[in-house]
Design a protein around this ligand. Structure first.
Ligand code: SF4
Length: 307
């Protein structure tokens, strides 16, 4: 689509309040890198360029950061293998207590409603975290009904892609695979008076150029941590791997020129945030599944970063 068509389309559609949400995570352990919300950031960037008011919230990184909760019935078969913490053995295993990482579902819902959304898009980045996403969707559906609110409920992500039917009773639209090409359908559905259940399941695919997406997450002293993904898909056939369900079997990369431009934007953002005279350390977390498939490509970008 050229710029004129793009602007015409935006002027024809009403501008929306769109909130993209990473729910809290329930597990024995958690590493923040695992919830880099890159998919949500990619969609948010597209919606912003289309003029919509868009926000990403990552409830898994909000306070209280960690709260012990009861282990779910479905996981009690693991009880004999859990190693109780003691001063002598310290953390010989991460699999001892069960926790919720991030804010409560109620706090998450509160933030979402305060945003006055037209669209709420909930992520499920791994099948193992389906229950948190479903709890959030259920609460949102209940509040929409009891308070006569009107917003479209969307769910998507790798966890959803492996079994979309499991999620469809809880949302109006279930997006499997890559989400970028679902945005028009979401915009068109937003504002409908009623939604039918179970929610519609779509697999829009994504044939466009891969965008360079990053999430500059935190800084500790002079160290900045950033997550990114510069390729998607994998042609290998490892029998245990579900990557192809989300990204397909063809490996696609962010074009090198776009990647270098994007890196410059990232470096400038880090410099703006850093104090003057500060010696900056940058920790880059590449979320790619098979980053060395095109070794030369990766080495070139490493050289560029080093320069
Ligand atoms: S992404 Fe990794 S595990 Fe999955 S098929 Fe490719 S090489 Fe195998």
């Amino acid at each position: 689509m050229n710029d004129t068509e793009h602007l015409l389309e935006i002027s024809q559609a009403s501008l929306l309040n769109i909130i993209l949400v990473q729910p809290p995570v329930e597990d024995f352990y958690f590493t923040p890198h695992r919830s880099s919300t890159l998919g949500l950031h990619s969609l948010s960037e597209i919606w912003r360029t289309r003029g919509h008011h868009c926000q990403v919230i990552n409830c898994a990184l909000e306070k209280p950061l960690k709260k012990q909760i009861k282990i779910p019935e479905t996981l009690t078969y693991l009880n004999p293998y859990r190693i109780k913490y003691s001063k002598d053995i310290k953390s010989t295993s991460w699999f001892n207590n069960y926790y919720r990482f991030g804010s409560s579902i109620e706090n998450c819902v509160k933030q979402i409603i305060e945003f006055n959304p037209d669209v709420v898009a909930v992520s499920c980045f791994a099948w193992g975290y389906a229950e948190s996403s479903l709890k959030l969707l259920e609460k949102l559906k209940e509040i929409r009904r009891t308070k006569s609110l009107s917003f479209l409920l969307v769910v998507g992500g790798p966890g959803v892609t492996v079994m979309p039917e499991y999620f469809s009773p809880f949302a109006d639209l279930v997006v499997t695979g890559e989400g970028e090409d679902s945005i028009i359908e979401i915009e068109n559905m937003a504002g409908l008076a009623e939604y039918s259940y179970p929610g519609k399941i779509i697999n829009p695919g994504f044939t466009g150029e891969l965008p360079f997406v990053y999430n500059l997450k935190s800084r500790r002293n002079s160290r900045f941590t950033v997550s990114t993904i510069i390729s998607r898909g994998c042609p290998k056939m490892c029998s245990f791997c579900a990557n192809h369900l989300v990204f397909g079997r063809k490996l696609r990369k962010v074009p090198l020129s776009d990647l270098k431009k994007g890196m410059n934007v990232l470096f400038n953002e880090v410099l703006t945030r850093a104090d003057k005279e500060e010696k900056i350390k940058l920790h880059m977390n590449f979320e790619d599944d098979n980053i060395l498939f095109y070794k030369e490509y990766f080495l070139e970008i490493l050289n560029y970063i080093n320069k």
